[in-house]
Design a protein around this ligand. Sequence first.
Ligand code: MF3
Ligand code: CO
Length: 249
Amino acid sequence: MIILKSEREIKMMHEAGKILANCHKEIAKMIKPGVNTLAIDKFAEEYLANYGATAEQKGYQGYPYATCASVNDEICHGFPNLQPLKNGDIVTIDMVVNLHGGLADSAWTHAVGNISPESKHLLKITKESLYKGIEMAQVGNRLGDIGHAIQSYVEAEGFSVVRDFTGHGIGKDMHEDPTVLHYGKPGKGVKLREGMVITIEPMINMGTWHCKIDQNGWTARTVDGKRSAQYEHTLAILPDGPFILTEQE
Ligand code: MF3
Ligand code: CO
């Protein structure tokens, strides 16, 4: 069941989203060779606490950290750890902020030091695909329009769209209906209505989209060992277009 949100609820989620956006900007300044993702996780948790917010992921279905930190061939749900980031790595930091019951979800992939031209291209296309999807998030369009916009854009570059993980509705719960696929057919799927709040969060692989899950039961990585990137926003569907609640100004 899709739960439509009131103006007041969207405002609360936007307040959470602003904190999340600013936290991502601070994290971007921390990312360099030698830094470890557990230090970033600690920073994020403290940052949120300073604003009276909490990390919704911590404890969610037993997930042990405030953030997900996915490096190189890790697609999502990487565990923050003490391994120092290396020059040339890419790392996706994903987190969900809860401020007084309003949630916002956003992920960002960062370059560590100098990355290869191929990795740069992956990051650029993945980020652009997110915005192609967001452009289609209009009242009266369908979810398939979003998925198709993303899929056609990234596949034209020779990259692939991860199938096993999706965007989602979000509200009082981190994961609500509908499921937002990052691939699909124009004109198909659920019709978008005013007051829907969803995430769009394409995970884009350099090679095949197929993934496997680590022994920890969480971390997804590419089966071919090639890299994966992700950008994610939470957005509300309003009469005058998509309103991004997690935009970094
Ligand atoms: N932010 C993520 C999402 O889009 C990841 C949730 S992972 C979990 O759903 F650890 F919180 F479960
Ligand atoms: Co999400």
